[in-house]
Design a protein around this ligand. Structure first.
Ligand code: URA
Ligand code: SF4
Length: 202
């Protein structure tokens, strides 16, 4: 299964978004509320990629509006990256979860779902053509750099992939879960600072 047959041949992100609303490229559309597509300026200098929408994003229809998004906002503020100037998206566009009572518990997308959804991300990158890609966490990093990429070893390094400059850091949810949250937050901000410097250099 793949999203490929649903992706229109266009470099207009608005057309991609409209088509993605009807994607059935894998089974995740069945239980989720809606497709949460990328958002941001059409030719944003930076594309930032997360894993997949969470509970709050699924309901709202926008990426990074829940707790992880709030932490991300704070960190972006600290390194003077304007969120409104960033095209923000996810490697997988539908929320995956299990129900426990009334709560919906996030589940990691599997390799098949990540691969199925990849054509959307590829189309977004081709449409926006950013100066820099920032990957948040392993799912995004492996979608961009390939399956052998290790965030723990290669975070904070400015790399080149398919003519894009790209850098990976941890996912903001990992910062929220870290035993030493303060240290994890400082390390996250340090990586974003490297990204910010790469954004402003030629
Ligand atoms: N986590 C993600 O990876 N993406 C979102 O949009 C929200 C939480
Ligand atoms: Fe399509 Fe991606 Fe949603 Fe699967 S997760 S249905 S491939 S948009």
């Amino acid at each position: 299964m793949s999203a490929a047959e649903f992706v229109p041949d266009t470099d207009d992100p608005a057309e991609l978004r409209a088509a993605a609303a009807h994607c059935r490229g894998c089974d995740l559309y069945r239980n989720a509320t809606q497709t949460v597509f990328g958002e941001g300026p059409r030719h944003a200098p930076v594309v930032m990629i997360g894993e997949q929408p969470g509970d709050r994003e699924d309901t709202a229809g926008h990426p990074f509006v829940g707790p992880a998004g709030q932490l991300l906002d704070r960190a972006l503020d600290e390194v003077a990256i304007d969120r409104d100037a960033v095209y923000l998206t996810n490697a997988v566009k539908h929320f995956k979860f299990t129900e426990r009572g009334k709560r919906r518990i996030h589940q990691q997308p599997n390799r098949g779902e990540i691969t199925a959804c990849a054509p959307w991300l590829t189309a977004e990158l081709a449409a926006v053509r950013p100066h820099l890609i920032i990957c948040l966490g392993a799912i995004a990093a492996q979608a961009v750099f390939g399956p052998s990429f290790r965030v723990s070893r290669q975070r904070g390094q400015l790399l080149t992939v398919d003519d894009h400059r790209a850098i990976a850091t941890v996912h903001p949810s990992a910062v929220l879960r870290a035993p030493d949250r303060e240290q994890a937050y400082r390390d996250f901000v340090a990586d974003l600072r490297i990204a910010q410097q790469a954004m402003t250099s030629p």
